[in-house]
Design a protein around this ligand. Structure first.
Ligand code: GDG
Length: 724
């Protein structure tokens, strides 16, 4: 049976040493709850690091057995792995880069080596458990290389990746020396998920620029499959927080806590210790609030929970000291005998006490400088079962895209946040309620269970889409069939497009001339069959490149034809009316002037605007602009504007490769027809072919052709077979 393997750096349990023995403490995190129904069922399993080092082989064996009972399998990391892979590359390179803290990025090749090594260890641990068709769902930035490693070992597996932290702009990613390997690593997946649309947009742009793979509508076109990239904002276990807040236990804690803090308005902040969370900035805001609003003294307190995290890393140690100092300063300056401005805790709390904090607070101040999603703000909203309270939320948290009824703030705007707190303190109960109700409705609907479901449904959908495309891929059986039919045919014909089909693309189109191998293939084919090169190229270039070959040629998408039998040379297949060219050329020239690297190619029946050599992104932008400009002009002249591979072409609509191919075949009985092409202009050829023809599109795009083939290299291999 096909099983699902969940993989994350940390298992949903923590291994602790206690009096020479080990014990496991389950994690109460949202992800662990959400995925519980998945990894606990059937043969499924969760693979990851248990969070502690174990050197003794006997103890390791014991742990493996115990975890097996919990449907988990461990990856054991050594102290060195933890230092270099986890604290090093993951938390000192990727974490700061992905959260836009470029000043903290450490570029250490040894850490990078450890990152590769540990990703490989994860891969090996998975391969011990995985069958070829299993589903493997990899989580987060510590394992960016893993999807590709898995793909190489298990080409047919379903591999999904979800990143819990932001994905930054290309400008940041490009700073990391190992950016290409990291992106290619993730692209081993079938589905790549992020919390927000901005993250996915940044990822797609980085993939396009750094790996060269293009994408359309969230689908990356990889060499042999499509990869879907999408946004899946993660939810919480809403019911659990709501139920706990209402429980007797929590309400008793609330009563007790309230007596202790006294009759004050409470502002709650809860974070892991991390510079991305903006904790010192928040303390500066609170200081400013107390300084500028003396009337609030004695009437408002902050509960600040900072959960210890990564405190072995230098920048975190410094952050802890900064927070300690700031809290000390505020309390020293403003405390009275019966009022403490900041109740500060550097530790975690049991769930029922956390719930009490959420439930009793009037304001949650969630102001990270950058956060992938932020679950604390969602948990606060779910816990406010009496629908009072105000959420102040940073625009830099992924959650702000969903919780638009929060009071949204820019965490760098100190006065703005001070004002937001003041606004929250003055907010009427009706307004609090209407904002709260609307946020609660949304969080209830898109909870963690829904998130898992939507993600896995999408994964299934991608696999179906891939299957549709691969069912048409030319395999050895089809190659054999084509070979047999070709070799027994008495009157075969081959229609072969040139660029992208018989040869790769060059940044200068004139450099893509046929090499010796291609010339030999064409020569070989032409002794056994009629060969028609059917291209958008101009007739002079084609004529020169295939001089002396015994073939037919169709140039400029069917304007010109040269028969091998005819002594006349090139014949005009279509009436050329180029009265429109002057005006259109002027427009195109204007776009060339504004776009370094762009140039115009003039053909008899068309004008082509090339942007292959233009800075990536800019070329696309200008092409879209030119497209809409030309579309408007084209109507008046009855012309057609077509988007090709890094080109925009404007031409008469009745001239196309299909029409030329049909004219060429008229009156001749062929018993074998093969047409191969790589772009939209070849779709006209495919459509025009007789029913029994073999039609093949290069690349994995949707097509009218019967089959797809990977690249021009495979086309050459196929053609070589025909002349063997
Ligand atoms: C990463 C991304 C993204 C906190 N204090 C206590 C406690 N917590 C729990 C909260 C919450 C979790 O920790 C913190 O989650 P966040 O989402 O706020 O932040 P990260 O840890 O940075 O998580 C983040 C997340 O992944 C999910 O994709 O949202 O952007 O950085 O669930 O409740 N739990 C208990 N006691 C505490 O004192 N029991």
């Amino acid at each position: 049976m096909v099983k699902t393997i969940i993989v994350s750096n940390r298992l949903p349990v923590s291994l602790r040493h206690r009096n020479g023995r080990f014990e496991f403490k389950p994690s109460a995190g949202g992800l662990a709850t959400g995925l519980g129904s998945i990894y606990k069922s059937g043969e499924n399993i969760w693979i990851g690091w248990p969070g502690n080092t174990v050197e003794d082989p006997e103890q390791r064996a014991e742990i493996i057995l115990e975890l097996h009972e919990l449907k988990m399998a461990p990856v054991f990391l050594t102290k060195e792995d933890v230092e270099q892979f986890y604290e090093g590359f993951s938390n000192e390179t990727l974490w700061p880069a992905f959260h836009y803290f470029t000043q903290y990025i450490v570029y250490n090749p040894e850490h990078w080596e450890a990152y590769i090594r540990v990703n490989q260890m994860f891969c090996e641990a998975i391969l011990k458990k995985a069958a070829p068709d299993d589903t493997i769902w990899v989580h987060d930035y510590q394992l960016l290389l893993l999807p590709k490693m898995l793909r190489e070992a298990l080409p047919n597996a379903t591999i999904a990746f979800f990143q819990h932290i932001p994905f930054p702009s290309y400008e940041i990613i490009r700073m990391i020396p190992w950016r290409k390997e990291l992106l290619e690593g993730v692209c081993g997946s079938d589905l790549i998920g992020f919390h927000t649309y901005d993250d996915m947009r940044h990822f797609l742009s980085a993939v396009g620029r750094i790996t060269g793979m293009s994408s359309e509508s969230g689908y990356i076109q990889a060499e042999n499959r499509i990869i879907n990239v999408d946004s899946f904002p993660m939810g919480i276990d809403y019911g659990k927080f709501e139920k706990q807040a209402k429980s007797k236990k929590t309400q008793n804690i609330v009563k007790n806590f309230k007596t202790q803090v006294g009759d004050v308005k409470l502002i709650l902040t809860i974070d892991r210790l991390d510079y991305s969370k903006g904790i010192p900035q928040r303390l500066h805001v609170f200081y400013e609030l107390l300084k500028s609003h003396k009337e609030l003294h004695g009437k408002i307190s902050m509960i600040m929970v900072v959960v210890p995290s990564r405190d072995m890393v230098q920048s975190y140690k410094e952050l802890k000291e900064e927070i300690d100092l700031l809290v000390g300063r505020i309390n020293a300056e403003y405390s009275t005998l019966n009022w403490i401005p900041v109740h500060y805790f550097y530790r975690g709390f049991p769930f029922e006490e956390l719930s009490a904090f959420y439930s009793m607070s009037d304001i949650a101040l969630v102001t990270p400088l950058r956060d992938g999603m932020n679950l604390v703000c969602k948990e606060f909203v779910a816990s406010k079962t009496d629908q009072t309270g105000v959420l102040i939320l940073s625009e830099m948290a992924g959650a702000s895209k969903e919780l638009i009824d929060a009071v949204l703030v820019n965490p760098n705007d100190k006065q703005g946040v001070v004002d937001a707190i003041y606004q929250a303190l003055a907010m009427k109960p009706e307004e609090q309620k209407s904002r709260m109700v609307s946020m609660q409705e949304s969080l209830k609907k898109y909870d963690i269970f829904q998130w898992v479901k939507v993600y896995l449904d999408r994964l299934e959908h991608v696999k179906e889409k891939q299957a549709e495309l691969t069912s048409r891929v030319v395999d050895t059986k089809i190659i054999q069939e084509i070979e047999e039919k070709f070799k027994t045919a008495s009157n075969p014909v081959l229609f072969l497009d040139y660029d992208g089909t018989l040869t790769g693309f060059k940044s200068n189109p004139q450099d893509a001339m046929p090499d010796a191998e291609l010339k030999a293939i064409i020569k070989g084919l032409s002794t056994k069959s009629q060969v028609v090169i059917i291209s958008g190229r101009d007739k002079d270039t084609l004529g020169q490149w295939f001089k002396g070959q015994s073939i037919d040629m169709i140039a400029e998408h069917g304007v010109w034809v040269k028969r091998k039998s005819s002594k006349e040379g090139w014949e005009l297949y279509a009436e050329v009316d180029d009265s429109w060219k002057e005006e259109i050329r002027k427009i195109m020239e204007y776009y060339v002037l504004r776009t370094p690297g762009a140039f115009i190619e003039e053909k008899h029946h068309s004008l082509v605007w090339h942007y292959r050599k233009v800075e990536s992104g800019l070329g696309d932008l200008r092409m879209r602009e030119l497209f809409s400009h030309l579309k408007y002009m084209a109507r008046g002249y009855n012309l057609q504007v077509l988007e090709g591979n890094m080109v925009l072409e404007i031409k008469r609509p009745d001239i196309n490769k299909g029409r030329a191919a049909v004219t060429m075949m008229k009156g001749i009985e062929y018993d074998f027809v093969l047409a191969i092409g790589d772009d939209w202009t070849d779709e006209d050829t495919f459509k025009a072919m007789p029913k029994n023809a073999y039609t093949i599109r290069v690349g994995y795009a949707y097509t009218q052709a019967n089959y797809n083939i990977k690249s021009y290299r495979q086309v050459r291999d196929l053609l070589k077979k025909l002349i063997e």
